[in-house]
Design a protein around this ligand. Structure first.
Ligand code: ZN
Length: 398
């Protein structure tokens, strides 16, 4: 074996979870560890309840000889909580460690009420959801939260969020962990916070496009934001600002919620389309109202959505030229045919043919659940990453 450090139990778990090596023989082959050492490390994972033998029975060993028993991540030892906050609505869920939604709730939660009230209420939702899912609070290993603003992922705090008044710099992790404890009696659990478009992109990429090494999701609802997943990880930039395309200046006169004029979000978001409809006498106040009108086949809403799509498509031509993604996914309230048609019109007209030759422009697969699935996956990847898995095994005494 080379001079590289020997693979830890956490690294063996990672190999099994990713499907790269799922038998004892394959683990020996990939890591260069002896049969005995692999056995000792797997034993720690079995004792922690993190690994089990697969139900599929023995498969042929890569080293020849006796068929091997397959190994798999045992997702029954813990659950994850996740929530996705929008400006006036939120969703929350209990998820298995492999991303299955076990219980889910959606309801009104107004972000302008401020972080203390919103996160306190979310703690109550989590307590109810756990009961509904038949799980105890001490089975929760972590909480993931998606918010509609830029997030400093080091601190979990939002940074100058245009549509989250009162949240700037607030300690979301501390408040949500405390709210969860108050409503369930459970101890502290880790809380991870990220931008909603980032987590939607992560959720969609991991469940539907695992082989896509450059994935972009654009959420068009009250605001406009993009999430970028490169080589399986969220790309956040150095300050968490990557993908915040809603405040690129494209016009001159429309006042944006960020205080500037002419932002993309001020002219082409669900909120902007709703405002134009309202000006011509159609009752619409939000992106979700526009979605309802589009579903009902409203002609003027469709025309405005297509025009909004063209304006977003113009900006996306630059995004696609810079990143050369394999998939560009359109999600959020406006993600339907008229908007997508508009995006395609401008995107293919303005971007270099080479940047779009292998590009799939698609709509969301997970819909309103994308942020929840992404938030749950972020927590699992954080807790079971090799280094942290090793620390947690030691803390468990195995
Ligand atoms: Zn703006």
């Amino acid at each position: 074996m080379s001079g590289r450090a020997q693979a830890s139990a956490g690294e063996l778990l990672e190999l099994v979870r990713s499907g790269r090596a799922t038998t004892r023989g394959a683990l020996q082959q990939v890591t260069g560890l002896s049969r005995a050492t692999v056995g000792q490390r797997l034993d720690r994972l079995f004792r922690a309840g993190w690994l089990r033998e697969g139900a599929g029975g023995p498969v042929d060993s890569p080293l020849g000889g006796r068929p091997s028993i397959t190994l798999e991540f045992d997702d029954s030892h813990a659950v994850v909580l996740a929530a996705d906050l929008d400006t006036r609505h939120a969703r929350a869920a209990v998820l298995s460690l492999t991303g299955e939604i076990l219980a889910e709730h959606g309801g009104t939660l107004v972000i302008e009420d401020g972080p203390d009230a919103v996160l306190g209420e979310l703690g109550r939702w989590f307590a109810e959801l756990l009961e509904k899912a038949g799980h105890r609070a001490d089975e929760v290993c972590g909480i993931g939260l998606a918010v509609p603003g830029p997030v400093d992922s080091e601190t979990g705090r939002v940074v100058q969020p245009p549509i989250m008044p009162g949240w700037d710099g607030y300690d979301i992790r501390e408040r949500l962990a405390r709210a969860f404890g108050e409503h369930t009696g459970a101890g502290r659990v880790p809380v991870l916070v990220d931008n909603d478009a980032n987590l939607m992109a992560y959720g969609e990429q991991r469940t539907g496009y695992v082989d896509c090494s450059a994935f972009v999701l654009v959420k068009v609802s009250t605001g406009i934001g993009a999430g970028v997943v490169v080589d399986g990880s969220i790309y956040r930039g150095i300050d968490g600002g990557a993908g915040d395309i809603g405040h690129i200046r494209v016009g001159t006169d429309a006042l944006c919620r960020c205080g500037s004029y002419g932002c993309l979000a001020a002219v082409a978001s669900g909120g902007a389309v709703a405002r134009r409809l309202a000006e011509s006498g159609v009752p619409a106040a939000s992106g979700s109202d526009v979605r309802d009108l589009l579903t009902a086949g409203h002609v003027e809403a469709a025309a405005l959505a297509r025009e909004a799509g063209r304006q977003v498509g113009d900006v996306l031509a630059t995004v696609v030229t810079l990143l050369n993604p394999g998939v560009l996914m359109i999600a959020g309230d406006l993600a339907g045919t008229p908007f997508l048609t508009g995006v395609r019109e401008l995107l293919y007209q303005r971007a270099l043919p080479r940047s779009t030759a292998h590009l799939d422009v698609v709509t969301s697969r997970l819909g309103e659940r994308a942020g929840l699935v992404g938030a749950g996956a972020l927590v699992v990847e954080y807790l079971y990453a090799p280094g942290r898995a090793e620390e947690r095994l030691l803390a468990l005494g195995v």
